[in-house]
Ligand binder design. Sequence first.
Ligand SMILES: Cc1cc2nc3c(=O)[nH]c(=O)nc-3n(C[C@H](O)[C@H](O)[C@H](O)COP(=O)(O)OP(=O)(O)OC[C@H]3O[C@@H](n4cnc5c(N)ncnc54)[C@H](O)[C@@H]3O)c2cc1C
Length: 438
Amino acid sequence: MGKKIIVAGLGHGGIAAAAILAKAGYDVNVYEQKNEGELGYDWTDIFAPDSLAVAGIPMPDEDKYTYKENMTFYGPSERVGLKQHVPENDLEIKLERKDIYAHLINHALGCGVNITYGCKVNRPIILGSRVVGISTEKCDFFGDLIIDACGMNSPVRMNLPASFGIEKNVARHEKISIYRAFYNKECDVTDKYKVILLKDGKPGICWVATEENHTDLLIGRFEDFDMEEVLRFSDLLRQTNPSLGTEVLRGGQFVEIPTRQPLSLMIGDGYAAIGDSAFMTVPLIGSGIANCLRASRILADAVIADTDEKYNCETLWSYQYNFFKKLGSGLAPLASAKMILLDLSVEEADYLFDSGMINEDNITIGASFTSINSMEIDILDVINKAKLVCKNTSLLKKLPKCGLNIGKAIGVCSVIPKTYSYDRVMAWKKRYEAAFKF
Ligand SMILES: Cc1cc2nc3c(=O)[nH]c(=O)nc-3n(C[C@H](O)[C@H](O)[C@H](O)COP(=O)(O)OP(=O)(O)OC[C@H]3O[C@@H](n4cnc5c(N)ncnc54)[C@H](O)[C@@H]3O)c2cc1C
């Protein structure tokens, strides 16, 4: 009976898949490098709560979460603010990252998952063309399927032999570097939740969220930056955001999030990647919790459907196929759309806001959608936008190219092979990777 599942890393999708499989009778062991109680960051996160139900996880206790507030979006010069108006039923929940982890882990333990903390995974163990285990700092562990939930720089994915054909590295433009901290709140403001694009011409976004007892600062860039730059940039932000104090109360760390298209191949014989390890974040905003919870169900269904317990490319392909049909084909084009943020000048970005080319409806959909499939096209709005683009010669050069790249991504995702054959899958993978060579 091949029912021994190893999960490398306590990533969110890995824990959720582990719980479903343990509940279905599989012997599931998770190996996590950090110590018990040390997971997560010292700040809050937001995600769509319906993803919990998809993974069979109950809602957290009501005192643990609040609903996310609508944010107001600005161009670099902060002249025109566009406020989201997300319908109440679609609001995401906000809770402490440590509480999210505690909730998922308690659920998994209740389902029978075994977790070993303080156990760093070094690499996969390969036998022939198959992953048969993981080598850790403690010892080697063997299983019938290795689920890789070790995050963006997973040592499992990055040490797979080239013959697996699985992408290893993340290019600079495919990830966003984040500095985040809670500062003391200097004063109350009416515009409490601000997101600013390309502030000071820097490629990326930042937010200043004035909460009850602190002001939450996030600086996200598609380039490296350091503490000196954080000090300079936060001083600049204070000129227009008086609630932002100077004393760091919580956080104050640099982290990275993948903001690229999902892996072109997320399975191999004895191997499946999930979560940040397979790049399942929404490329425009870096949210990944809801997607990997949803993916956990798709992966577990593929494993359970493999009644011959082969866990190879043929049987695991249904995981990749269904992931792309349900999520990936909506996420991947957003990786192309994101590239415009690296290309716009301050003047062009301001023009989008000042001219009315982007409006509050667009911001509401744009900032909360998790897939290009969820966008509804309003033809009149598109015509008005086209007229405004025509009035701006530099945008006229950039936006059609971006549109073409989005079209290429949509096209290749729509022809993903339904069943696995090595030649067909490799040909599709090549086309998919080519669609993101900008
Ligand atoms: C600053 C920040 C803010 C974010 N905010 C949000 C948000 O508000 N909403 C949202 O939906 N998403 C957010 N995300 C993204 C989200 O955290 C991830 O997309 C999501 O958690 C999926 O990632 P993961 O769990 O697969 O990987 P990770 O979160 O990277 O977890 C990987 C796990 O594997 C462990 N691990 C890594 N290497 C090894 C090893 N060698 N051996 C053993 N264990 C290992 C790690 O310790 C970790 O526990 C944010 C990310 C960051 C960095």
